[in-house]
Ligand binder design. Structure first.
Ligand code: NAP
Ligand code: ZN
Length: 416
């Protein structure tokens, strides 16, 4: 394992461009800045003198960046200036291009998770695609101009048994999440990808294969890995029966990923208007689960059910649908679950209720490569940063088809 990035201080070996005013770079920085300039055509960036003046190089310290966040649970998100840490030896600086909107962003911005209270200002975003703008002196995985992805974590202890087993999401000392976590390097609250710049340890940056549709790849970094990981863990294989409960961002990725395994996929939705979409995405069967009559014939049928519903709901009707040794994996509802499970039913059918959270770094790279090889991508609706609040409202009212992705690159270009 790479060592955790605990030295977030001045590195002296990076060169980058930020929104801050100009300062004189040191001699070594000039060399690295030359590298940035040489890469400019690749980056679509600082190729001309005028553009260079608009994006001047700055010293290797913390810097400010434009972001979109809120300052209270009831406040809308709007533009904010945030501080990013200096680029340390193991860090990469990303110029964020796209960031997906996950329902978790809404839960966090609105302080809806009782066990993870929100620290304000809150800048959400953990489905991030960016172009590498600078690298620290010890970085080996990326060079300036590469495309990198960041999911829900930006650090972990790196030494506990779970980290050593590539399960950083289950870090025994607590993973550092991309937002609303204490940064192991600075102690400050992490701020996410609704932002034009990110500084992230290279260990937590995922390689994005050349030629990928970048906007439609962003959601794989949370929605994709969160649904891929349980399929891997429970060894979902062809001809098995899998059910996906809730057809939103996670749900639509679950359907695509399950269909790619040649499983028999059933979607459980509350939205009659999504039935045709569910079939187009790869479902063999679609059930409006408010209809108890439609649920009954499906008893004892499913090997795996993945529930993406963001709120607690009575789960026994779904436990009834599991076959012997089947598992209902809840990834959606992260507050207190509803009781009412029947012991006899679970015991006689040796059924399990499980939870699962995102996936490790290696598994996230795996789902990105898996999807690139099979041309699997999210169905996205691209929005401008000023549309984030409307997008939040549409996600909450189940009216997303099927992931909003913020186009940060265009927003930035329009201002310059
Ligand atoms: P989403 O896009 O809003 O999709 C959720 C879907 O669930 C909705 O489209 C809707 O589908 C259904 N639904 C919503 N409210 C419902 C309700 N009250 N009752 C029944 N069904 C309802 O959300 P998402 O981004 O996919 O995220 C889903 C949940 O997973 C969120 O709570 C998020 O925080 C959590 N999450 C967990 C992890 C993890 O690692 N465990 C990772 C990412 C996200 P239909 O219209 O088809 O009914
Ligand atoms: Zn997410």
């Amino acid at each position: 394992m790479a060592t955790p990035n605990s030295k977030g201080g001045f590195s002296g070996k990076v060169a980058f461009v930020t929104d801050d005013g100009p300062t004189m770079p040191g001699r070594r920085d000039v060399l690295k800045a030359g590298m940035v300039l040489a890469a400019a055509p690749l980056m679509g960036g600082v190729a001309t003198r005028a553009e260079a003046a608009a994006n001047p190089p700055v010293a290797n310290g913390p810097f400010t960046a434009r972001a979109y966040g809120n300052t209270s649970a009831t406040g809308p998100l709007g533009p904010v200036q945030i501080k990013r840490r200096a680029v340390g030896p193991h860090d990469v600086l990303l110029d964020v291009l796209y960031c997906g909107i996950c329902h978790s962003d809404i839960h966090q911005a609105r302080n809806e998770w009782s066990s993870l209270p929100t620290v304000y200002p809150c800048v959400p975003g953990h489905e991030i695609i960016g172009r590498v703008q600078a690298v620290g002196s010890a970085v080996t995985k990326f060079k300036v101009g590469d495309i990198g992805g960041v999911g829900c974590m930006v650090d972990s202890c790196g030494t506990c048994e779970n980290c050593l087993a590539d399960r950083e999401q289950n870090c025994l000392k607590g993973a550092t999440f991309t937002y609303n976590s204490p940064d192991r390097a600075t102690g400050e609250n992490t701020l996410g990808g609704y932002s034009e710049k990110m500084v992230v340890s290279e260990r937590f940056v995922i390689r994005i294969p050349p030629g990928a549709d970048l906007a439609a790849t962003a959601p794989l970094l949370c929605a994709g890995i969160t649904t891929f990981s349980p399929m891997q863990h429970w060894k979902l294989s062809s001809r098995q029966r899998v059910g996906v409960v809730g057809l939103g961002g996670l749900g639509h990725m679950a359907v695509k990923l399950a269909a790619a395994r040649k499983t028999e996929v059933t979607v459980f939705t509350t939205s009659p208007g999504k039935v045709a979409d569910a079939r187009r995405l790869g479902a063999h069967e679609v059930v409006l689960w408010s209809d108890t009559g439609a649920m009954k014939p499906l008893a004892n049928r499913f090997d795996l059910l993945i529930s993406t519903v963001p709120e607690a709901y009575p789960m026994q009707p779904f436990m009834d649908l599991l076959a012997l040794d089947g598992t209902l994996v809840n990834v959606g509802a992260l507050n207190q679950l509803q009781g009412g499970l029947i012991g006899m039913s679970m015991a006689f059918g040796r059924k399990s209720l499980a939870g699962s959270v995102i996936g490790g770094v290696a598994e996230t790279q795996e789902v990105i490569d898996y999807c690139a090889a099979r041309n699997i991508k999210a169905d996205v609706e691209l929005i401008r940063p000023e549309q984030i609040n409307q997008a939040f409202d549409r996600v909450v009212s189940k009216n997303v088809r099927y992931r909003f992705v913020i186009d940060l690159a265009t927003g930035r270009k329009q201002r310059t």
